[in-house]
Design a protein around this ligand. Structure first.
Ligand code: ADP
Length: 497
């Protein structure tokens, strides 16, 4: 893929060249150490920006600012309807700058700008708008007591306090929105630690947060690395809650780090989501649906449909169909408007994914399509289907986080046994079921141990739908009304009359 940096628009060029600092207490600043780190265009490997490298000392400064903003000042006294207005204003500003945000996201992450502009950016805006409406609707209840005596009891719901949020690189802006929007709605103050691979769109969002008029210290944004800035945030004694999205491996570290002050923890972790195709499935819907379920976002999606189980009557047609879909995908630089699939996010991710493909081959999987690097620069990998895989293979057990589908056949009509195969994973994030039989769809949905089950679709998200994992895919749920369980404390007040 050709260098396309000359395609970058003027506002984005200015943004990339401008100082890209840490947002702490309403000011953009350098890291206390003075250090910066390079940000790469994953399509070319070129450095596109230098960003301040936050670490423990910066997390400390942010925690002081967030605590002050939480305990006193305009935010602490703000009425819910005023929080709604601020969130809506931010959403409007994001909409006004949507093209710029899409371009930044594409350059930083590698994803096609054509995808960022219809998925990531509108999804982020929708999250702020949806959550904004909740600010005025978070109420407690009156409780009737059976205790002897005359009492009046009620509950109130109060923001949990200063929240640390650590996000990954696969949907940089969307993950920031999933985290910030409900926490702000609830009245918390925040220290957001972005992923070191993709700090840029959150910095632009931070500028818009400033422009919207959020009081200082309410949102603090730290660019930096996991082992330094992230670990300091997870362990910080004056942070009340940590919300993390990332790998299961790092999720375990977060839990350990949080034990010092027993901060509340929610985790959205890995997945190895099963896709079950029954012999009555409508192939015109199923084949493109399953292909997009795994190849969307270069396969770098925690709920990617990466384990395909197809009834043997349909197996060859489904696998050939998906291979055909994969071969049609136009791979290229994300900023090329015709691109449908970009590079993986980083060199590390490139080696990880190609390593898994090699392991699949060694374990005896048949490469039905793809399996190779694409081009000779950047971190592109062909969309790949490994057929005739089985449960003992590493590629079936472990999360690859790339465009690699493992396809297996089943020859069974017993739903419990089919569900057992689908549930044979340490993860339980999502699943999809493909059938024309409504009753079968509901029966399977009930048997699958996952936080999300899609029927005749995959990767459908909405700000109103709770999302999160069973088993080692996480703790708690994000989005929908359910997310407020993570950002609000409940207080029971009892008055003797
Ligand atoms: P990936 O392996 O896909 O990069 P990670 O789980 O490593 O996913 O990263 C997700 C987020 O967690 C990133 O923001 C990263 O900087 C952060 N992170 C990584 N290691 C740690 C750690 N030890 N403590 C806190 N945060 C971390």
């Amino acid at each position: 893929p050709a260098l396309v940096l000359d395609r970058v628009s003027k506002p984005v060029t200015e943004f990339l060249n401008g100082p890209l600092g840490l947002l702490i207490d309403g000011e953009w600043s350098n890291a206390q150490s003075g250090k910066t780190f390079d940000v790469f265009d994953p399509a070319t490997g070129q450095v596109i920006a230098k960003v301040a490298e936050g670490a423990a000392a910066d997390v400390d400064r942010a925690a002081v600012a967030a605590r002050r903003a939480f305990e006193s000042g305009p935010w602490a006294k703000m009425k819910p309807a005023d929080r709604t207005q601020l969130l809506l204003k931010l959403a409007d500003l994001m909409e006004q700058h949507a093209d710029e945000l899409s371009e930044i996201e594409s350059l930083d992450n590698g994803k096609p700008v054509s995808v960022a502009s219809v998925a990531d950016i509108p999804g982020s805006i929708a999250m702020f708008r949806y959550m904004a409406g909740w600010a005025t609707k978070l109420n407690g209840t009156h409780i009737n007591l059976s205790a002897p005596g005359d009492y009046h009891s009620y509950t109130t719901r109060e923001p949990v306090g200063v929240v640390g949020q650590i996000i990954p690189w696969n949907f940089p802006l969307l993950m920031a929105a999933w985290k910030l929007a409900p926490a702000l709605t609830a009245g918390c103050t925040i220290i957001l630690k972005t992923a070191e691979q993709t700090p840029l769109s959150a910095i632009r969002l931070g500028q818009l947060i400033q422009e919207a008029g959020f009081p200082k210290g309410v949102v603090n944004i730290i660019s930096g690395f996991g082992e330094t800035a992230g670990a300091a945030l997870a362990a910080h004694p004056d942070v009340d809650k940590i919300a993390f999205t990332g790998s299961t491996e790092v999720g375990r570290l977060i839990v350990k780090a949080a034990t010092g002050n027993l901060k509340k923890v929610t985790l959205e972790l890995g997945g190895k989501s099963p896709v079950i195709v029954f012999d009555d499935a409508d192939l015109d819907v199923t084949v493109p649906g399953v292909a997009s379920g795994i190849f969307f976002n270069q396969g770098q999606t925690c709920c990617a449909g990466s384990r395909l189980y197809v009834h043997e009557k349909m197996f060859d047609r489904v696998v050939e169909g998906i291979a055909g879909e994969a071969e049609k995908i136009k791979i290229g630089h994300g900023l090329d408007p015709a691109t449908q699939m970009g590079p993986l996010v980083s060199e590390e991710q490139f080696h990880r994914v190609t390593g898994y493909i090699a392991a699949g081959r060694e374990e005896g999987a048949r490469v039905a399509t793809g399996g190779e690097r694409y081009g000779d620069r950047g971190y592109f990998v062909q969309p790949t289907v490994l057929a005739d895989t089985n449960a003992s293979m590493k590629v079936v057990q472990e999360e690859i986080f790339g465009p690699v589908l493992c396809a297996e056949r089943f020859n069974d009509d017993d739903l419990d046994r089919i569900a057992k195969i689908a549930n044979q994973s340490e993860y339980g994030l999502a699943a999809s079921v493909w059938t024309r039989n409504v009753s079968l769809a509901h029966k399977m949905a009930a048997r699958i141990k996952a936080g999300t089950v899609w029927v005749n679709c995959h990767n459908i998200f909405d700000a109103a739908l709770p999302f999160g994992g069973y088993k080692q895919s996480g703790w708690g749920r994000e989005m929908g009304e359910f997310v407020f369980q993570s950002y609000l404390e409940t207080k029971a007040v009892t008055i003797k009359l």
